[in-house]
Design a protein around this ligand. Structure first.
Ligand SMILES: Cc1cc2nc3c(=O)[nH]c(=O)nc-3n(C[C@H](O)[C@H](O)[C@H](O)COP(=O)(O)OP(=O)(O)OC[C@H]3O[C@@H](n4cnc5c(N)ncnc54)[C@H](O)[C@@H]3O)c2cc1C
Ligand code: SF4
Length: 324
């Protein structure tokens, strides 16, 4: 059952930021994650502020920098089908198209997808684990088959978003509104590793929320893709995923961005894979070398060692596919 809380449907960004400044107030976008968290007692809130009455937060349009602006309240389904996104950044459309199920893509927003809470079953259950302010990580030696193989310390979640890795690979920036005004945060600096603070997922302060995602103009020769492997084909979070944004000069990779999902508490840039392909033609040998390099520093837990082989397979296959 949902607990009691006050509810406000803001109609302007200013009204939303003013009300969200109240201690513990929460943003409501599509509600597909938020309401589950409240119902399951993951956290409490005195006030839920809906952004659904702020029309300026929805839609896809050209940004001043020549790239693209995606309003935070744009549905994930619309990101998947938008013709301009499909033309400019097909990897982003692919990623949005494999988020959850059609119903959830029609309800969930891109802002909510980037800011959703982790799926660790201890966190979602009745365990006062470290992410909830407790002193123990139950997953570290418990049921950790879906947990991270990179970046874990104190807490071993994987970041659940499918759109965050490809947006990171594309060099997206988030525009954020808050009680003290607006600011821009590169997506690569938006998420917080547990070693820095195991109780928060991102750098947003109380009262702040994401208003839009800004993408740079695609460079000439850019090719993008997103691939994910999951337990159930119909809908599920990534066991392992790879987002690629590679700029080609002829047959050679001139600039490589390789970001993994299902790997770490944040979208995980694989600089090892990037270095293995940078300046080179992607042959079968180079793809295999990059996949090995990407996993060289993996630190699996007791039950998720299978991810290492899974990642090697999809990185190798995706590099060969994008090279054509
Ligand atoms: C069964 C199930 C399966 C799923 N599978 C996948 C999957 O495979 N891949 C995937 O990527 N996702 C998956 N999801 C997550 C789903 O995509 C998210 O629930 C959805 O994108 C969240 O969007 P929303 O608009 O409903 O957010 P809400 O539920 O409204 O909000 C989610 C969280 O983000 C915060 N928030 C929302 N918008 C903003 C904003 N603009 N600024 C700051 N904070 C904000 C809220 O306060 C809340 O904490 C799944 C969810 C479910 C329930
Ligand atoms: S992995 Fe993180 S969220 Fe899960 S039990 Fe450990 S501390 Fe909690």
């Amino acid at each position: 059952m949902l607990p009691r809380f006050a509810y406000l449907r803001a109609t302007t960004v200013e009204e939303a930021t003013q009300n969200l400044a109240a201690n513990g107030a929460r943003v409501h976008a599509g509600g597909s994650d938020l309401l589950g968290c409240l119902r399951d007692g993951v956290f409490e809130t005195p006030l839920v502020v809906s952004l659904s009455g702020i029309s300026s937060l929805t839609g896809v349009s050209r940004a001043r920098n020549g790239g693209l602006r995606i309003g935070a309240m744009t549905k994930v389904a619309d990101v998947a089908t938008d013709p301009t996104i499909n033309e400019m950044y097909p990897g982003l459309a692919q990623a949005a198209g494999v988020v959850a199920s059609p119903q959830l893509r029609n309800q969930g927003t891109i802002g909510g997808n980037l800011c959703q809470k982790p799926r660790c079953w201890y966190y979602r259950g009745e365990f006062n684990c470290r992410r909830k302010g407790g002193t123990t990580c139950y997953a570290m030696v418990g049921e950790n088959e879906y947990h991270c193989i990179f970046g874990g310390a104190l807490c071993y979640i994987v970041h659940p978003s499918d759109t965050a890795p490809i947006l990171t690979a594309l060099g997206a920036t988030l525009n954020v509104a808050g009680p003290r005004g607006t600011r821009s945060v590169p997506l690569e600096q938006f998420y917080v590793l547990p070693a820095d603070d195991a109780t928060r997922e991102n750098v947003l302060e109380q009262g702040e929320f994401v208003t839009e995602v800004i993408l740079p103009t695609p460079a000439s020769g850019l090719r993008t893709s997103y691939r994910k492997e999951r337990d159930r084909g119909s809908w599920d979070f990534a066991l392992a995923g790879v987002a690629l944004a590679l700029r080609f000069d002829g047959n050679r990779v001139a600039d490589a961005n390789v970001v993994l999902s299902g790997a770490a508490p944040v979208p995980w840039r694989s600089s090892e894979a990037e270095q293995a392909i940078d300046g080179r033609e992607i042959t079968a040998a180079v793809a295999a070398e990059a996949a090995e390099a990407a996993m060289a520093d993996a630190r699996p837990l007791g039950k998720n060692g299978y991810k290492v082989q899974l990642f090697k397979g999809i990185i190798e296959e995706e590099l060969l596919a994008i090279a054509g």
